[in-house]
Design a protein around this ligand. Structure first.
Ligand code: FES
Length: 111
């Protein structure tokens, strides 16, 4: 497992981008639960954020790709609007313990 960040550095309703090795990923906390995905839009395989750590739409209830505005459910990564509707972000297994967020990621395979 890889330590992603302190739990306290990902407050409720926020998102943050990370790089582990050469792998881009991001985390969102909603309803106290942390969700982690690869930072790669299924539409054109590019990073989603429009500025650093900005992965959410204006309502804070959906993940939004800056490129063409695709919207994704925070809980599942499913695209519910936009050019890749029906596809999904790739989820990264994560857990919180000892005051930190940890992810399971094979960096060599995903690099
Ligand atoms: S690259 Fe994400 S919506 Fe087109």
């Amino acid at each position: 497992m890889h330590r992603l960040c302190d739990s306290a550095s990902l407050p409720e309703g926020t998102s943050r981008g990370f790089t582990l090795g050469t792998v881009l990923l991001f985390a969102v906390r909603r309803h106290r639960q942390v969700h982690v995905y690869l930072n790669r839009c299924p539409h054109q395989q590019v990073a989603l954020e429009w500025e650093p750590d900005a992965f959410l739409d204006d309502s804070g209830s959906l993940i939004r790709c800056a490129r063409h505005g695709a919207l994704f459910l925070i809980e599942s990564g499913e695209c519910v609007a936009g050019p890749c509707s029906g596809e999904s972000l790739q989820s990264v297994p994560c857990e919180e313990r000892d005051g930190a967020v940890w992810v399971t990621l094979d960096i060599r395979r995903d690099s």
